[in-house]
Design a protein around this ligand. Structure first.
Ligand code: DX5
Ligand code: ZN
Length: 228
């Protein structure tokens, strides 16, 4: 994976048909997704439960781009090897998920993956001041994690601050929650380069009608960059 700051759209399969992940992943990639965002929830760190390593390993066979796995689980460390074995490219853990995020990020890299750190809306940018050499991605939550389809919480000040803190370092700023053609330009102007979108990509489409996914992805990209 070469680093660049081009705008990337990462559809979240949390909004896909849970009985048809393989075809859903192939459909969004064929329709222009840059990365595939996989939301792992444990019913403990967040009040919702999705899937774990065996399912993620099965998804991998269908992902040709980048598999971006967002862990909303606590604790994290005991699961890191399993997500490496599942073929994860980028593994993101929440800073709020335990007392030892530094160790977690080290372990993610040691397992051969890119390391991401996610910040809940209540967590300030400064919380990662001592993690900048450890992280390949910072995920700014613009909803409280747990569910798709929630209302966007404006975190543009935090994104701007993170962009300054990151400087020339090769660290992506990913935005997760409530991203659509209205909110995408705000977060991109503040310095984001990876846009996760669940409901705004899957809305109105299906594996039988995948061109709607393509139109939705293009609408977000156009709003964010000026071109589709
Ligand atoms: C929220 C998840 C998100 C979610 C985004 O806990 O981490 O990735 O799927 O969904 P939308 O885009 O619908 O807000
Ligand atoms: Zn997510």
């Amino acid at each position: 994976m070469n680093f660049d700051r081009k705008i990337k759209i990462a559809p979240s399969i949390l909004s896909a048909d849970f009985a048809d992940f393989g075809r859903e992943i192939r459909a969004i990639e064929a329709q222009g997704a840059d990365w595939v965002h996989v939301d792992v929830m444990d019913g403990h760190f967040v009040p919702n439960l999705t899937f774990g390593p065996p399912a993620v390993k099965a998804f991998r066979k269908h992902v040709e781009t980048v598999m971006d796995v967002h862990l909303m689980i606590s604790p994290v460390d005991a699961s890191i090897e399993a997500y490496a074995d599942a073929g994860t490219d980028i593994l993101t853990a929440h800073i709020e998920a335990g007392p030892h995020i530094h160790r977690t990020l080290q372990a993610i890299r040691a397992a051969g993956m890119k390391a991401g750190v996610a910040l809940n809306p209540g967590t300030p940018a400064e919380a990662i001041a001592h993690l900048l050499e450890m992280a390949d991605l910072v995920c700014v939550m613009t909803v409280n994690p747990g569910f798709g389809g929630q209302k966007f919480i404006d975190m543009t000040d935090k994104i701007r601050r993170l962009r300054e803190m990151i400087g020339d370092r090769e660290i992506h700023i990913e935005i997760d929650g409530g991203v659509d053609p209205t909110t995408a330009p705000l977060v991109v102007a503040a310095g984001a380069d990876v846009l996760v979108a669940g409901s705004a990509v899957f809305r109105g489409g299906s594996v039988h009608n995948p061109q709607v996914y393509g139109e939705n992805i293009a609408a977000i990209r156009k709003a964010a960059t000026g071109y589709a």
